[in-house]
Design a protein around this ligand. Structure first.
Ligand code: COA
Length: 239
């Protein structure tokens, strides 16, 4: 456990990461980002953790995004950009060979939906509001959202969400594939855990290689993707 995150590791292969600033709707401040950076490295290097489930503390939000109170507080724009480049949290998450699940409730705005978009699977409760309000604040999404959202939903839907900032609800997110399941609020964590356990019941090396094939292959022309699949498939049951 840290100040802004709670880490609960089960004895059987998965872990919960709880964004833990409920008084400010789990806004992601620099401290939380630093702790996510350290924790993501720790998870990457921990062979006992194969699946991670992200969630938000409190009743109201997974996360309302970057902490607005810190906007404009970096010593300079150049420093802020350098820090982002040197500590590419979202790139690190996308490169993990662990399975990442986001269990999303309430508001998931800005980085609060961009973090789940760096996960492999997203389960939402019926009360979610998912949106990217950055443009309305004079910024562009900068936790990967301009790139990840059009990879999850049709480009026109992504464009509308990014340019208007209007959040979408659970049925809309499900229809466009931004989330894979919608469940009643009280079922959110049990269902996320059941999904984690289902994945854990599958052969670990096959899960790892299949995830790699999908993630890397999505960027490739089909012929190269098929070659990648053949290479990864040739590994048989080896890790
Ligand atoms: N950064 C910092 N603090 C935030 C925050 C954020 N992104 N989002 C919410 N909070 C804080 C509020 O300041 C408030 O704190 P306070 O009780 O000390 O005043 C608390 O969380 C509750 O939020 P509040 O705005 O009172 O709740 P609401 O129900 O009226 O509205 C939202 C909820 C999500 C619509 C609204 O908080 C909001 O628009 N937040 C900003 C979302 C955003 O633009 N995020 C992206 C940043 S790029």
């Amino acid at each position: 456990m840290t100040e802004t995150l709670v880490f609960d590791k089960s004895s059987d292969g998965f872990a919960w990461v709880t964004l833990n600033r409920p008084d400010v709707l789990n806004a992601i401040n620099m401290e939380m980002r630093d702790e996510l950076w350290d924790l993501t490295h720790a998870v990457r290097d921990d062979p006992d953790v194969r699946v991670v489930i992200f969630r938000g503390a409190g009743d109201r939000a997974f996360s309302a995004g970057a902490d607005i109170s810190e906007f404009g507080t970096a010593p300079s724009y150049v420093d802020a950009r350098r820090a982002r480049r040197e500590r590419d949290l979202w790139g690190l998450m996308l490169s993990l060979d662990k399975v990442l699940i986001a269990a999303i409730h309430g508001f998931a705005l800005g980085a609060g939906i961009e973090l789940p978009m760096c996960c492999d699977l997203r389960i939402a409760s019926e009360d979610v509001r998912l949106g990217l309000p950055e443009v309305g604040l004079g910024y562009i999404p900068s936790a990967g959202g301009t790139q990840t959202l059009p990879r999850h939903v049709p480009p026109g839907v992504a464009m509308q969400m990014i340019l208007t900032g209007d959040p979408i609800d659970a049925p809309t997110a499900l229809r466009y594939g931004l989330v894979q399941r919608v469940v009643p609020r009280e079922r959110l964590y049990p269902e996320a855990e059941a999904l984690a356990r289902k994945i854990l019941s599958q052969p670990a090396a096959a899960v790892r290689r299949a995830k790699r094939a999908v993630i890397q292959g999505i960027e490739l022309p089909l012929a190269q993707g098929l070659a990648l699949e053949a290479r990864l498939g040739a590994g048989g049951s080896r890790p």
